[in-house]
Write a new protein. Structure first.
Length: 325
């Protein structure tokens, strides 16, 4: 317990907190002394202030001995105040310690939930954006198919009229609704040819960039890839989730850099001008960014380097690579 600094004048007030002591001094304490030397007046803080104005001892402060006595008195009062301020707080009771710990645990839980909520919200937002993009892709693809069907129907009708029904009842349906680029043949060429650069030349001589598009992918969180083996398993898990798009996609995905920060980057060749829905619906998709590549001299060089697992375009050391075929 802490005593009132006027205990030398007979005040018996005690409290555990400095705040209560200071409040008592300002309002309740009846033992505040007059500061004039020789005056024995005691009262509340406000009473002493009023008394000081009319105190008959107020002119006795010029005496050297009285001044020394007053300084000592003020120093003692200052020591008492500093003691109250600097005295260490009392230790908490066990129930207070437990309550404090519970509050800290609740704050930590709320903080973690807030972080998880932000991550989930980001993933959901990404999925919504992807679905909206996919809906637009489907609309565009349907429009292209309808235009092709319309053109083929016109071609067939014109061809029948020009042949004057001399085709023994057979109808020429015109150009088929498939690309002349054989993705399966490209996969075979790529895997069997020893010189990958030669395979790349075949690719550029045969690729149909009207019916196919090329995309660059990158993993968003390379700092989470501490070990190369775990990173390789992540890529294989992504491939495993894409079994339904094997017939319409090809990819060369590289594992680059060094532990404990490993990058995942790749080149994807897909049928159509938009990412297949099977890729977008994969649970791995939100962790990657996909950007469609504009084909020019520089991007061709970059695509060749990623297909060959070598070249200045990579910018990092190749640890491993995986082919989606």
């Amino acid at each position: 317990m802490k005593k009132c600094i006027n205990f030398i004048n007979g005040c018996e007030y005690q409290s555990e907190t400095n705040r209560n002591i200071l409040f008592h001094l300002q309002n309740d304490c009846l033992k505040n002394p007059c500061d004039n030397v020789g005056c024995n007046y005691l009262g509340t803080h406000y009473e002493v202030e009023e008394h000081f104005k009319i105190c008959k001892y107020s002119n006795n402060n010029n005496n050297d001995n009285d001044v020394d006595f007053n300084i000592v008195k003020l120093e003692n009062k200052l020591d008492d105040i500093l003691y109250i301020i600097n005295k260490p707080p009392l230790p908490m009771r066990p129930e207070e310690e437990e309550q404090k710990k519970m509050m800290e645990d609740k704050i930590n839980v709320i903080f973690q939930l807030n972080i998880e909520f932000k991550k989930e919200n980001e993933i959901l937002k990404s999925k919504v954006d992807s679905l909206e993009n996919e809906i637009q892709y489907v609309k565009n693809d349907l429009k292209q198919v309808l235009d092709l069907l319309k053109n083929q129907n016109n071609y067939s009708n014109n061809n029948n009229n020009n042949n004057n029904n001399n085709n023994n009842g057979q109808i020429n349906l015109g150009k088929p609704l498939v690309s002349h680029f054989d993705l399966g043949k490209w996969k075979s060429k790529y895997m069997k040819m020893k010189d990958t650069r030669s395979a790349c030349k075949w690719f550029w001589n045969n690729i149909d960039l009207v019916d196919y598009s090329i995309w660059y992918s990158e993993y968003k969180y390379p700092s989470e890839n501490k070990k190369s083996l775990m990173t390789t398993n992540l890529v294989l898990g992504f491939f495993q989730s894409l079994l339904n798009v094997r017939g319409s996609a090809f990819a060369s995905v590289l594992i680059l850099g060094k532990e404990p920060k490993i990058h995942i980057e790749g080149i994807w060749v897909v049928f159509g001008q938009y990412l297949p829905l099977g890729i977008i619906e994969s649970t791995y998709y939100p962790s990657f960014t996909f950007s469609k590549m504009e084909i020019n001299k520089n991007t061709k060089k970059k695509i060749d380097d990623y297909l060959c697992w070598d070249g200045n375009s990579l910018g990092k050391t190749v640890i491993d690579g995986k082919i989606f075929k």
